[in-house]
Structure formats: structure tokens, C-alpha cells
Write a protein that binds this ligand. Sequence first.
Ligand code: TTP
Ligand code: MG
Length: 362
Amino acid sequence: MLRKIIHIDADCFYAAIEMRDHPELRGIPMAVGGSAERRGVLTTCNYDARAYGVRSAMPTAQAMRLCPQLTVVPPQMHKYRKASKVMRGIFANFTEIIEPLSLDEAYLDVSEISDEELTATRIAKAIRQQVREELDITVSAGVSVNKFIAKVASDWKKPDGLTVVPPDEVDAFVAALSVKKIPGVGAVTADKMHRYGLRTCADVREWSLHDLRRRFGKFGVVLHERARGRDERPVQPSRVRKSVSVERTFAEDVSGPAEWEPIIERLYINLMERIEAAKAWHVIDKAFVKLKFNDFTTTTVERVGTKAVEADYQDLLAEGWERKAKPVRLIGLGVRLVDDTDHISEPLPFSETSFSENDANS
Ligand code: TTP
Ligand code: MG
């Protein structure tokens, strides 16, 4: 089945928000980042500054040499997070299948929208307009049959661009595409490809899968696919994890706190391992326990403002147990998490490697 994928990416996002809030910054070269005196780095800059060669992740001092009249303002993350939430709300008016990649970027799968009037292109147009109206910034959009082409397309006419690559144009569009446009091909891989005479996707098509694998390892498989405009990756809606927990049902009911203390110690260690595996330390909001009594009733007790300390769990369990003071069949320990989609795209600033999709240099 042919899919319909939209990729949305805001134009010079942090800079656009600052220009919106400080109109005097419009039309002059400006950037968002740390000051040159403090060896700061830019997060991004507006398109006026880009004309001077100023770029994201560039040391501010270097940017000032390229463009001495550059105005640099400090980042205000809370504003960008808020704007990001509004953008996601707008996407959600059209589909639930939204995969955010960072604060200002997302894939949408609108294949299922069968309304003749509401084509993928119209949806992209409507989103661009709604973002402009609600946030007073511009986003660029790409519409095509898969993530790869939609992403390349959204970048095609930046800023404030809409590029649609319909199914019957995919082949020609991709053939002429520079290999540098393939996500994952960073500067190093591009150089290596150029040495082999691979400049466009049409060049890559001349190579067998076997040879691509031999020269580029696992990434050779990706190159083989992308060069033909293929990308089967689904749009994966972010499932926001709400809690991490462990629980244990006892073979025989335990009578109360005195008896379960050693059991809790081990359960607590399991919980710590789960939190570690989920990398959830920084988003813990509350600790909670669950008790199931031998009459099959369940009770939970929560405590805010804890980083999940073992002693807290012992207290919470004692508190829960006193509610019934009956033998216990099951005990659960857990933490509730704050919505951590807010934390996407931090810490600042990104290094080039952490921002590109798995550059392969093998
Ligand atoms: P991008 O979408 O990569 O860049 P952009 O929106 O500023 O510009 P473009 O018009 O080319 O899309 O990143 C989104 C935001 O993420 C950007 O506004 C600032 C932040 N960011 C960093 O903090 N460090 C970085 O190195 C990059 C690339 C972005
Ligand atoms: Mg952007």
C-alpha cells in the first residue's frame, strides 16, 4: 500500500521565536546562543546570519568574526518547549500517528485519511497556515511516500517551503539527489563516497548490494534502499512512558512489614535497574507502592518529591498496609514520570554527531 508521509520542520526555530518576541531582531543577522566572552556556542541563527556562513553549533566567537554585526541572544528553552507543544497540538488535529524527532520536527503518517477533500498536501498546507496563525513562525513541509523522501522534501525549499514528491515522481527525484542528502551520510561518508565516484543516488544504483556492503558495512544496505527511494520505516508515534515499576506476587501471603523487609530490598534493586534501563532518572516525579491483600483488594500510596529512596518505599508500604492490616499477596514498587517529550533536543548544544542519524564511517 502506498503511504502518505509528511515531514514538518520549523525554520530557524529558536531564532524565529526570538524574532517573534523581539521584532527589532527581524531583518538583521541574529543568533541564539552563549556569548563569545564566555566561549559560548550558537544553537541556531536566522537566515540573514546564514548568508554570512554562520551556522548552528558554531562557537559564537567564530560567528562574530564572520559577521561582526551579529546580534546574539541567550536561549529561553521554556518558550521553545511551549511553542513545540502548540505545534504538536496542531498536528494532532489531523492524525494520531505523529513521531516527534526534536522540538521543531516531526513525521506524520496521514495514509489512513481517506477524505477525498483532505489530501496529504492539503493537510501540510493547513498545518503550515495554522502554525503561522497560532505561533507567528513558519514551518517547512515535505510530503511523499516515505520518511526519507518527506524529510529531504521538507528541506528542499527552506525557509517557508512546501515540497510534494508524488509517487510517480519519486524515481526521478531520487535519481538526481546528491548522496549528501541521504540521512546518515555525514561529511566523512560523503567524502568516502565521492572517492568511489558516488555523487548522486543514480551513481549508487550502479553498485550491487554486495559491493555497497563490502565498502560501507551495514550502512551499505541503507544506501542500496535509499538510492532507489525506498524506506520502509514506519512513523512511530512516541509512546510517552508514564511510570516504571516492578512487582512480586508471593507464593504464600506475607503477614506484614516485619516479614517483607528483605523481599523489598531485592525488589528495590530490580526497580533501580529498570529505571536505569529506561534512562528515567531525570524525569522521576513520584514514588508509589501497590499492595494487594489476601481479600484481593488493592491499595496504592504515592509520595511526591522523592527520587525513589528505599526508606521511602518502606514508609509507603507501612502506610498502605495499615489501611487493612491483612496478609499481603502482592507488592509493587514504582515511580511515576513527568511527560518527558519536553526533554527532547536537550542538552544544548548538539554536537554534529549526536544530531545526525547514525553516520557510518566504516
Ligand atoms: P534545526 O531544525 O536543525 O534547525 P533550525 O530550526 O534552527 O533551522 P532550519 O530552518 O534549518 O530547520 O534545529 C531546531 C532547533 O534545535 C534549533 O532552532 C536550535 C536547536 N539546535 C541546537 O540547539 N543545536 C544544534 O546544533 C542544532 C542543529 C539545533
Ligand atoms: Mg528546524
